[in-house]
Design a protein around this ligand. Structure first.
Ligand code: 4AD
Ligand code: MG
Length: 429
């Protein structure tokens, strides 16, 4: 039976056998230190010439970076080792000697690394990001399953847009036109009318010609949708949800956050309720700081950062002008020029991680919006049905997975948060 590096703590003093790759090696004519990795972690194997059979020493000497092997050794607890354990090597079985591995342990440029993303993933930093991503997804599912939500899967191929027509990916669906989903929301609204509280998680696509550190062409979004939930309760659920995810990563990914050199003190405070600022007040705040922004403008990334700097937790910006938000958002009954929506802005300049709102529940107002937004009534007839047959107040939101991971991991760019990023002008590998 093979053990994994993550499990060696259960085998102190015993001999174990593991499948692994050589990450790095140093040593002398008498002793070799093998840095081994198997995906579950990293461990140092020590080969002492005087203590092993001659062929074991020779096989260890032949190992190059990223060679694959089975290693046998006795586990030893060692406080100085980053993982807390070391392996006294007793046997080496080579699977393959890797030749001329392109990613050396020196620094490389971003383009080179992106072209070798399939190999770059093996480095400790990239592995740590992927492990955090996995934990974020696990914690998200946990939160919704524990709170009475059903997981529902909306389609990816759709006949219409959900978030405006400017960035749709077009494809043919036999003789019809189809588009890759920008958001599962409209379908999740139908699901909420059937199941009450639902969430989806899947890839979404936006043909955005933006080349920024926050934009991907293909990104993953979690989209809860809830019947009988108003704007206030929607924000409460978002606070509890984001806090649960951040606290789970802090608890379960300590080693990874250390590898990433993340200052976790800022994450520890992400609990309880989050500050809120209205769109109106956010505009005033920016104007006081000397910005030329005026009421009715959308915020750019630098504006979001300026606003976020005033708070040490994620901050909700609420009630944006109706004009600049999606057609389905419910106007504030007291002030129809703004909608009952909120964007959640991450601290430390990581930008918008959630967009959400209460939805229009009045069929007549929805029809009026179709006309204003030049949306074909034919294509959206089913969506209008949701308001004709037992309409109820309902709300939902979408959290962008990659931006959330960039924030939690403290990464400058979303390209490292997804295994194979699809970006403007990058479809390889
Ligand atoms: O604000 P957005 O566009 O909202 C929606 O799609 C709603 N239908 C969600 C809902 O209410 N069910 O997108 C939601 C989030 C953003 O806050 C951001 O985190 C992320 O998705 N996002 C992107 N992430 C990476 N690259 C892009 N191009 C993104 N566009 C949006
Ligand atoms: Mg948004």
């Amino acid at each position: 039976m093979l053990t994994t590096i993550a499990q060696v703590g259960q085998h102190v003093g015993q001999e174990v056998r593991m499948g692994c790759w050589l990450y790095n090696k140093r040593g002398s004519g008498k002793i070799q230190f093998l840095q081994l990795r198997d995906g579950s972690g990293f461990i140092q194997g020590v080969v002492v010439k005087a203590e092993v059979a001659e062929d074991v020493w020779e096989k260890a000497s032949k190992l190059t970076q990223e060679s694959s092997l089975y290693i046998t050794g006795v586990v030893r607890a060692d406080d100085r080792a980053p993982s807390g354990y070391e392996l006294n090597v007793t046997g080496v079985e080579i699977i393959q000697i890797a030749e001329n591995y392109p990613i050396s342990l020196k620094e490389h440029g971003v383009d080179f690394l992106m072209d070798h993303r399939h190999l770059w993933l093996r480095t400790p930093r990239q592995r740590a990001v992927m492990a955090v991503r996995s934990e974020v997804i696990r914690a998200m599912y946990e939160f919704f399953q524990q709170n009475g939500f059903f997981k529902v899967d909306p389609p990816i191929l759709t006949p219409t847009s959900a978030e405006g027509t400017t960035n749709l990916f077009h494809t043919k669906y036999f003789d019809e036109d189809a588009y890759l989903s920008q958001s599962g929301q409209l379908y999740m609204e139908a699901a909420a009318m059937a199941l009450g509280r639902v969430y989806s998680f899947g890839p979404t696509f936006r043909a955005e010609k933006s080349k920024t550190r926050r934009h991907l062409i293909e990104f993953w979004m979690i989209e809860p949708e809830m019947a009988f939930v108003d704007q206030e309760e929607n924000l409460r659920i978002q606070e509890a949800f984001v806090s649960h995810v951040v606290q789970s990563v802090l608890k379960n990914c300590q080693m990874e956050l250390k590898t990433l050199e993340r200052d976790t003190t800022k994450l520890q405070g992400v609990t309880g309720s989050f500050p809120r600022i209205s769109y109106d007040d956010a505009i005033k705040l920016l104007q006081e700081k000397g910005s030329e922004i005026k009421w009715g403008d959308d915020f750019g990334a630098p504006d979001e950062t300026t606003i976020a700097e005033h708070f040490d937790k994620p901050v909700f910006i609420t009630n944006y002008p109706t004009e600049i938000k999606a057609f389905y958002m419910k106007p504030d009954p007291e002030r129809p020029e703004v909608v009952l929506c909120a964007d959640l802005i991450a601290p430390e300049g990581y930008g918008e991680i959630i967009g959400g709102s209460q939805r229009i529940d009045d069929p007549e107002l929805l029809e009026k919006r179709f006309a204003e937004h030049e949306l074909s009534e034919d294509a959206y007839r089913w969506y209008l049905d949701l308001r004709k047959y037992g309409t109820v107040p309902h709300s939902g939101f979408g959290l962008g997975l990659e931006r959330t991971i960039a924030w939690i991991c403290g990464l400058d760019h979303v390209r490292e948060t997804i295994p194979f990023p699809r970006m403007l002008y990058r479809l390889y590998p």
